[in-house]
Design a binder for this molecule. Structure first.
Ligand code: HSE
Length: 436
């Protein structure tokens, strides 16, 4: 059988990695796919640029529309990122009856509902394994491997750059800006690195995971997102003293009232495997009712790890080219007419435990005032740590609480901050035990 012809949009880090992996493993890939998979066309903004891959045999152009409309190309691989031009090109590819493989999490999280509906009408596939957690086959695992389960919750370290920064802060006391620059040099960070440190990139990925885990439409706008820029070295140290690590976690949980969908710094007990996922590595913990907790670990970014997921999608699409569209695995794991309307919960209705760091005057009765306010709104304390003031400064009180509705915690924090003996804002970091 003739090889399947692929058109690549974008020849940057992941594009270059994809060309290299497809060439290096061509024989194995053909044995798996049932036929060869060959990149025949590629679009790049600068075709004369020096690259990490050899483009011999590939027709290069600066115009991605030429690739998308080429009648010989059967699968378009979109690796240009963003959700403007990428959306136009993907929709154009679908209109031309081409299948699409993309690593673009922003595109899927924000426009996936529209793209999948159009793809279904045209009978083509849109595969997006590389959009979440780089090389970890987490889409395949949740969509197919866990298909027997009612997924209860999932929690993921799904931004390598953010994890790299938190790890370096803890291990080496490194400066935030220096670690970020290193992540950019290594090609891990987004074009706009605020997407990494403010949790937007993780929110894109979590939105996708929640949809395939719970069978709900993609709802990126409803995802709560808090970044890591306010985390201090002191917080990292206090958390360690109490037996926890701070991770930038994406958490999706199904409750009776709706779905919690949130990305924020989170204390996790240090004995959990996921708390020990360091550097640029990613991990996703998925709790299914039948299987129990399952953990998926691997490189979340980088040229070849991401190419690994792109090429796996190319193999998948190639294998199913002849399959009747009705019998293919649905884009969001559940049949499109069987998606649930379970709402995404507002943060006030989310239940979690907390780490609170409070700056308080070192005088009698202050701690009693704080604990009374917490008690009045029904918040139970799990642990207290008090740090002696240095010189004339305030004492630092660290509290860990049991689980409570965020709305109740908002009330308590406002009342505590209003006390004369409390200075500044209370630092609040959510805490998840992630127990089975
Ligand atoms: N900027 C992302 C990260 C790249 O650091 O994880 C992979 O999506």
């Amino acid at each position: 059988m003739d090889p399947v012809k692929v058109g690549l949009l974008g020849l940057g880090t992941v594009g270059g990695g994809t060309v290299n992996v497809l060439k290096r493993n061509a024989e194995e890939i053909a044995r798996r796919a049932g036929r060869g998979v060959v990149i025949t066309h590629a679009a790049s903004r600068d075709i004369n640029k020096q690259r990490i891959c050899d483009t011999t045999g590939i027709t290069l152009t600066t115009d991605p529309q030429v690739v998308v409309s080429d009648p010989g190309v059967q699968i378009i691989v979109e690796l240009i990122g963003g959700d403007g031009l990428a959306r136009e090109l993907v929709l154009a590819a679908i209109e031309h009856g081409k299948h699409v493989v993309t690593a673009n999490k922003a595109l899927i999280a924000k426009h996936g509902n529209e793209i999948f509906a159009r793809a279904q009408e045209k009978g083509v596939m849109v595969a997006f394994e590389a959009a979440v957690a780089g090389g970890i086959p987490i889409i395949k695992a949740v969509r197919e491997g866990l298909a027997a389960n009612r997924v209860e919750w999932l929690a993921g370290i799904i931004n390598g750059t953010g994890n790299f920064i938190l790890t370096e802060m803890r291990d080496n006391g490194s400066d935030f800006a220096d670690v970020l620059a290193e992540a950019q040099r290594l090609g891990y960070a987004e074009a706009d690195p605020t997407f990494d440190v403010e949790g937007i990139d993780a929110a894109h990925k979590l939105t996708i995971l929640a949809s395939i885990a719970f069978g709900i439409p993609l709802q990126f706008e409803a995802c709560f997102t808090e970044g890591i820029t306010r985390i201090t070295r002191e917080d990292v140290n206090y958390a360690e003293e109490l037996g926890y690590r701070i991770k930038h976690l994406g958490m999706a949980r199904r409750t009776n009232k709706g779905v919690e969908l949130r990305v924020h710094p989170t204390l996790i007990p240090e004995r959990r495997l996921i708390a020990n996922v360091d550097g640029v590595m990613n991990a996703v913990l998925v709790k299914g009712d039948a299987v129990g907790p399952t953990l998926y670990y691997g490189a979340g970014a980088g040229a070849e790890p991401t190419a690994s997921a792109v090429v796996a999608d190319l193999v998948d699409v190639t294998r199913t080219l002849t399959v009747d569209p009705e019998n293919r695995v649905p884009h969001l794991a559940f049949q499109p007419d069987a998606l649930s309307e379970l709402p995404i919960l507002p943060m006030a209705a989310v239940e979690t435990a907390y780490y609170l760091r409070i700056q308080a005057a070192d005088k009698p009765g202050v701690l009693a005032d704080v604990t009374r306010i917490l008690g009045d709104v029904g918040i139970s304390i799990e642990a207290i740590l008090q740090k002696e003031p240095v010189g004339d400064s305030d004492a630092t009180i660290i509290l860990l609480t049991h689980r409570v509705l965020e709305g109740q915690m908002d009330q308590a924090i406002a009342a505590i901050e209003a006390l004369d003996s409390i200075s500044g804002e209370i630092m609040r970091i959510r805490l998840e035990t992630l127990s089975a």
